[in-house]
Design a protein around this ligand. Sequence first.
Ligand SMILES: C[S@@+](CC[C@H](N)C(=O)[O-])C[C@H]1O[C@@H](n2cnc3c(N)ncnc32)[C@H](O)[C@@H]1O
Ligand code: SF4
Length: 353
Amino acid sequence: MLLYIHIPFCDSKCSYCAFNSYVDKFSQREHYMQALSVQLDFELKRFGVNPSCLIETVFIGGGTPSTVDPSLYTEIFNTIRPFLAPNAEITSEANPNSATFQWLEGMYALGVNRISFGVQSFNDEKLKTLGRAHNTSHALNAIRNAQKIGFKHLSVDLIYGVSGDTKALLQNDITQAFSLPIDHISLYSLTIEEHTAFEKTPEIAQEELVLTQWLFEKIASQGFEHYEISNFGKSKSAHNLGYWEGKNYIGLGAGAVGFLDNCRFYPSVDIDYYIEHPLEISEEPLDKKALLSEKLFLGFRSCIGVDEAILSKNQLKTAKLLCEENMLKHHDGRYFNPNFLLADEIALRVEGY
Ligand SMILES: C[S@@+](CC[C@H](N)C(=O)[O-])C[C@H]1O[C@@H](n2cnc3c(N)ncnc32)[C@H](O)[C@@H]1O
Ligand code: SF4
């Protein structure tokens, strides 16, 4: 069982970001955290969490979890503590400008053992282009502080494929990243989303395949395994792996998504409505076709691969053909995709609809 907690507050809105977050709702923080606790109590029962069905991973994401004081997370941690698996991975996202020493220390004391920093780049000009509220020195300080406090697992998010990216700039981004005590990198190609500032200037997204492949190789050459299309690590994120393996997850908060067996759960996206009605959660049953499609897309994008037992006769035929074309590998009863950049194409071919 996985637990995702959504914190929908941000200091400012980045030009590329379509995540559910608000810059003008800080006065609602206390009420929001109370509503999360109400939903948590309900979900623990619905998902059957008990001493023999424990929470393996927790991921606090956003929005910006570092805009909320650790004291406001206490109630949630008190509730989940008895149900945490031994050595549960507990991650929080953090923005370099709001992840102060005190905030990091407070989260560590609560039991958070992994921080994922939204660094995006170590180039101040690029950070301005992306509309970020932090600069390079904020990022360096925050990550070094996290190490001093005792966090063993640190990750950085980087964005590439931005107009103005050069090999030298990207080389600097990864050199700086590797100078820090991190064991994981999430590397995202800039995508233009609806209702973002970049929607009006889509030409800002410029991914060059040659640069992408070069970046992937550079990161992997440092011993960071490329284990999903956007993720590299010496230590993999158990929470990410859990999603791709199709495990059940509780989704707490405005705009979060939960998943139990064959059903998705959606609490309200609107923060004010969520605060008033945290248990008004819509349900979407998934049919066999949708579940299989998800398994194919997630499996071929990651090191999880696809179990041959879930494929129909025709799908198996295509998978075998792809093996002959060296586009898939087969071992231990599973099919694996060696080139994540081709993941969607392969999934569509195997799916065959
Ligand atoms: C949930 S977001 C936010 C985490 C945190 N608030 C932050 O910004 O530092 C996680 C990551 O998704 C990535 N991301 C969000 N929107 C993106 C986009 N349109 N294109 C590429 N990466 C994006 C960013 O790297 C971001 O750090
Ligand atoms: S990228 Fe992070 S900080 Fe920026 S708006 Fe999105 S959630 Fe907020």
